[in-house]
Design a protein around this ligand. Structure first.
Ligand code: F6P
Length: 321
């Protein structure tokens, strides 16, 4: 193993920089050259890359975003696009490609490997924590904590003016961010796509709570069907006499300093990615299973969906009292 390529792809996630640093420094210490590819697969297609050295990944462990930039490439979704990407990998003389990204990015890596024999290894980088086979993903902990900080602030004003708030969090169709934020933020209820939303059930609960004298509540809503979905929920509640304020947290959940947890996770997985390549790994993603680093074949990822344990949804309501 003499030369690896490294890219971040899809939505950025806090901790990606820590992973870039770990991969680069571990590789260089093992005598491996590292080429950083810019803007994810877009850069691989458009020949945007640069050599990374130990110094070029200094002073980034604490920064959100990704110094390699990221992107979502439509062209790479096509067979022709992947053929061009493979040609560029060969032209660069890459022995392997390290991809840090979410589900779609890792599926793309798998196709590149299957169709063109490019050696790939993936790291789970997404705030959504929706990658099968890994308990955790780089960026999830930071996003949860960022959303929590917002919720704690919202609670002050919700309490002062005795209001009902719907706080919408990211996560696409997965409710992992939502349940963690709801549990840790002491929310009264959580709405996620994993359990079909019944307006009447929530209205009954809110009526009961009002009857008990409760004057302010926070309901965490996963963006689920689409960003801004919580406005639909608010409209239904309003008709039943529960006026709600909506706060869509949006992209603030993607930025900011990664937490210590995400920095350590990213460092561990980044270091292990290089060690695994040296040991012969191919077409796997490194993930975490019960605190141990594990290698999951990319083939398995492509056909599995990580499922949210519904007990967490119930726990939110139980603990809300
Ligand atoms: O996958 C990460 C994520 O932040 C999702 O939670 C969200 O739905 C999506 O990306 C937003 O994407 P964009 O930044 O393109 O609006």
């Amino acid at each position: 193993l003499l030369h690896i390529g490294l890219l971040t792809s899809g939505g950025d996630a806090p901790g990606m920089n820590a992973a870039i640093r770990a991969v680069t420094r571990t590789a260089i210490q093992a005598g491996i050259r590292v080429t950083g590819i810019l803007h994810g697969y877009i850069g691989l297609l458009e020949r945007e890359w640069q050599t990374l050295d130990t110094a070029s990944v200094g002073n980034i462990i604490q920064r959100g975003g990704t110094v390699l930039k990221t992107g979502r490439s439509e062209a790479f979704r096509t067979a022709e696009g992947r053929a061009l990407a493979a040609r560029h990998c060969r032209e660069l003389g890459l022995d392997a490609l390290v991809i840090i990204g979410g589900d779609g990015s890792l599926t793309g890596a798998h196709l590149l490997a299957e169709e063109h024999g490019i050696r790939v290894i993936g790291l789970p980088g997404t705030i959504d924590n929706d990658i099968w086979g890994s308990d955790d993903t780089i960026g999830f902990d930071t996003a949860v904590n960022t959303a929590l900080e917002a919720i704690d602030r919202i609670r002050d004003t919700a309490d002062a003016l005795e209001r009902l708030f719907l706080v919408e969090v990211m996560g696409r169709t997965s409710g992992f961010i939502a349940v963690q934020v709801a549990l840790a933020g002491g929310a009264e209820e959580v709405i996620t796509a994993e359990r079909p939303f019944q307006a009447q059930t929530l209205i009954d609960k809110l009526d009961l709570a009002r009857g008990r004298g409760k004057r302010s509540s926070i309901v965490v809503v996963a963006e689920g069907p689409r960003p801004g979905y919580s406005y639909d929920v608010a409209a239904q509640l309003e008709q039943a006499g529960h006026a709600a304020k909506v706060c869509v947290l949006g992209h603030i959940q993607r930025g900011g300093r990664p937490t210590g947890h995400d920095r350590v996770l990213a460092s561990m997985l980044g270091e292990q990615a290089v060690r695994s390549l040296l040991a012969g790994a191919d077409r796997v993603m490194l993930g975490v299973d019960q605190n141990r680093v594990v290698a999951i074949p990319l083939q398995q990822l492509a056909c599995q969906r990580k499922v949210l344990d519904p007990r967490y949804i119930d726990m939110v309501a139980t603990l809300a009292g």
